[in-house]
Every structure is written in C-alpha cells, then in structure tokens.
Design a protein around this ligand. Structure first.
Ligand code: SF4
Length: 475
C-alpha cells in the first residue's frame, strides 16, 4: 500500500507516454525532490502523461502499465550502484531500441552509460528537459538534437557542458506527490537552495549543482503556505546542502513558525553544517518535534581540514551542546575512512570525537563508508585505498564503536569506485554481467572482467586511464 497523495491521473489514450524510472526502492524514490519536480513538470503538458516506476516493478505506479509500453523512458541516476539496476532492467526487458534519457548527478561521467542509451542529459531538468522532450515528440533525429545544451549523444555530441537554470525560482509544486513511506514521512519537500558555498575537495554534489543559488523567500513562502494549507502535509523538509547559509533564513523560519500556529506539521532539515548552525533554526526544529540531527564531520579534525571541510571538533561539540539545550538528543554522524594519507591515529581521533559526543548524553549513530574518489572533484586523481587495508580499518571502527556503527561495506565502495571513474568498457562489463545475474556479486563481476581482459583493481584504484569524463564541462 503506497498511500500516496497528489498522484497525477490522466486518460492514457492519445498521450505521449513517459516512464520516469528511479532504479531503487520505492522509499528512496518517493523521497527524492527531483523526481517529484520532473513528474509534475512533465504532467503540466496535456499532450504528455508521465508515470513513475521503481526497481521493484516493471509496472507503473499510476496505471499499472508495463515499462515496454512507453514512448520514452527516463532514468534518474543518483547513485553509482543504481547502474546495475538500470542495466538489468534494460537488458531483461530488451529496451535497447526504445528512446531513453538518463539524467542525475552520476551522469557527470556519461561514458559507462553509452551501452545503455544514446541520450544522457547532464544538468538540472528545468533548464532544458522540456525542450528536449518536445523535440523528441516531433521526431527530431540525434543530429538535430546535438545543439541542445547539456545533452550528451553517444557518438554524435560527446563534449558537453552541463545545463542549469541561472535563477532558481523555477517550477516547485506545492501539491506534490507524497507518501508516508518516504524517509521524511508525508512531507512537502522544498529545495531552498542548490549548490554549496563550501569547497570540500571530495564533493561531487558541490560541483554538479554549482554555482550556489537560492530560491526567493517569496516563492518558498507561497509554496510552503499552499502546501501546508491545501496539501495538509504532516511535515515540511527544507532541503539544502547548507541550510544555515540561506540568506533569508530567519524570515523563512518566522513564516514556518507562523504557519505552525494554525497547522501542526514537523519541520525537517535533513543536512546541517556544524560550523554554521542557526540557533533559531534549531529552536524551531526542536519545537516541531525533531529529535535527530544529521551532521557530516567526515573524519578527524586534521584530515577534515586537509579535505577542505575546515571546521574544528570544537564547533561540532558546541553545536551538540546547543542541540542538547533544545532537547535534541539523537545525532547521526556521516564519516569516511580510507582518505589519502589517513593513518590509524586519525581513525583513533575520529573515534575519540564520537565518544566525546556520546559522553555529552547523545544517542549517536555513525554511518562510515570508504572514501570513493569522484570525477570532476579536486580529489578525482586520488587512489581508492587497497580493500585489505580498508577491511582492517573497518574492523577497527567496528571494534571501537560497536553497534552504533553502520556501513554499506567495502565491496559496495569498491564497485562504486569502478563505476564512478569508469569508461565504456566498465559499462559493457556491468551490462554483460547483469545479463547473467539479477544481482551480481563482486566475484561474478571479477570473473567476467577477467574474461574481458579488464583489470578491475586498477579501475578501482585509479579509475580509467583515459579520464573520459574530462570532456564534460560542469561549469
Ligand atoms: S558542505 Fe557538503 S555539499 Fe558543501 S561542499 Fe562540503 S560536502 Fe559538499
């Protein structure tokens, strides 16, 4: 039972049918604001009916239609390992000849995708997706489409510049599709800003969504009011890389506070920076019942400065004291290990920081994963650490932190590293493997790589020697 509201219902007959696929679970898909925006944006057009799919079914959520019935299939590629699911869906249903567009931040390296699709849309949907779809509806050939900004066309137009709206007051639906099964609950999602004013050297998000842009207070206020009053959402999530940086934050908080006098809803701020925390925001989060805050200190203080996330442990500890003062006593910390130059001493320091936070009376959860070098970042040429060393480091963290630690594991990160800095051969390797296995293990991928003469360890460690993604310009 999806328990959704604001699902778009249309008559199917005579429509240009678009399948919008999020190749992961329903919970992750419905929590993604990008999917909600694209879904409603495309459905504004009477000629189009856009329906949603996840990895869990070949049938659409809206009408139960099969994926193969659609005129155009669009995939949202947010996370490297979703490549496996996309490849599997395309191969299993033999969708190779269907028009397909892949978009999302992982398209910053479109080369592994060439075996799956001709069209990769690199950038933010609002600036050019509608134009692309209109051209496709009119039957434009790849050659005619080559001049569109942000559109990578395999073999036709491969040196591409990312496209994005210069001003952010773009379409933001107030009555957006939502479900209690989203990770935020039944929530209205608002992207307060895109891009990030900080410069962490490992961060792809900063570069994919650059430059930093803010929505106007007027637009946010209007959408929040309409959403809360007419949409009756149980929560409002303010989405931003660093919410505290929003220039009209105090006024925005005041508007939310006023609305909460009439309607009860939870306010959620999914990610905050420890060195720029607004006390007013914390107060409102606490007032609205928020019990958990997520912060990403990444590593110990010294390494944190070296990777460009320059704030001292002291700032984090001060924030914790502030959280406590407002009754927020649960904290989730995102950490990395396997960073270049990292020693066991650095990990000991990171563990010490976690213990200090626990000692302040917090229920702490730590999510720790290996550092994966991403293309288009200043750390794109760093090495992915030897998995044997990573395993030792993870063992140490497990021993020291016990059950508060969660991780996706070394194998996942290894595969992520291969795909993130991969090339066409890596795309073909994954495609060939998923043709045989629904969910291939790393051992199966290794066997196939050996047959194809691909040295997987080299790809994981350093990425493709060709560095093909450098032909793509993000700024
Ligand atoms: S603060 Fe977060 S989003 Fe911004 S650059 Fe650093 S890691 Fe990226």
């Amino acid at each position: 039972m999806l328990d959704e509201k604001f699902v778009v219902r249309k008559r199917v007959r005579g429509k240009f049918r678009i399948a919008l696929v999020y190749p992961s679970t329903y919970e992750v898909a419905i929590s993604n604001l990008g999917i909600r925006i694209i879904y409603h944006l495309l459905n504004l057009d009477d000629r189009i009916y856009c329906e949603r799919f996840t990895a869990e079914s070949d049938r659409s959520i809206e009408t139960g239609s099969h994926l193969s019935e659609f005129d155009l299939i669009m995939f949202s590629y947010q996370y490297e390992l979703d490549f496996l699911e996309m490849a599997h869906q395309i191969a299993r249903l033999n969708l190779f000849d269907k028009p397909k567009i892949i978009g999302g931040p992982c398209t910053c390296n479109p080369y592994p995708l060439k075996c799956l699709t001709d069209y990769v849309y690199i950038g933010e949907a609002e600036s050019g997706l509608m134009k692309l779809i209109e051209e496709m509806m009119d039957g434009a050939s790849p050659k005619n489409l080559a001049s569109l900004e942000g559109l990578f066309i395999a073999g036709v137009s491969e040196a591409v510049r990312r496209t994005y709206p210069r001003r952010l007051d773009t379409f933001l639906p107030a009555l957006q599709v939502s479900s209690r099964r989203s990770i935020f609950g039944d929530a209205l999602l608002l992207d307060v800003s895109r891009g990030c004013g900080w410069s962490c050297l490992f961060c792809l998000g900063k570069n994919f969504y650059a430059p930093y842009r803010e929505r106007s207070l007027d637009q946010l206020a209007e959408v929040m009011r309409e959403g809360v009053i007419r949409g009756d959402y149980e929560a409002v999530a303010l989405i931003a890389s660093d919410l505290s940086r929003y220039s009209r934050l105090e006024e925005l908080i005041e508007i939310a506070r006023e609305l909460r006098r009439d309607r009860s809803f939870r306010l959620i701020a999914p990610s905050l920076r420890a060195d720029a925390m607004s006390e007013m925001l914390l107060e409102l989060l606490a007032e609205s019942g928020e019990k958990t805050i997520t912060i990403a200190p990444e590593t110990c203080e010294e390494l944190r400065y070296r990777i460009g996330k320059g704030f001292p442990d002291e700032s984090l500890l001060n924030v914790c004291k502030l959280l406590k003062k407002h009754g927020i006593t649960r904290i989730k910390l995102y950490m990395m290990f396997g960073l270049p130059g990292e020693t066991m001493k650095d990990l000991e320091e990171a563990v010490k920081l976690v213990r200090e936070i626990k000692d302040l009376g917090f229920r702490v959860r730590v999510s720790a994963n290996p550092f994966v070098p991403k293309p288009h970042t200043p750390m794109e040429s760093e090495e992915f650490e030897d998995p044997r060393i990573l395993r030792r480091k993870l063992k140490f963290l497990r021993r020291e932190l016990g059950r508060i630690l969660s991780t996706d594991g070394i194998r996942q990160a290894y595969l992520q590293a291969i795909i993130a800095r991969g090339d066409e051969r890596i795309g073909e390797l994954i495609l060939e493997t998923v043709r045989e296995y629904r969910k291939p293990t790393l051992a199966a991928i290794r066997r196939k790589a050996k047959k194809m003469g691909i040295n997987l360890d080299d790809y994981a460690k350093r990425g493709s020697e060709e560095r093909p993604w450098r032909r793509i310009r993000l700024t």
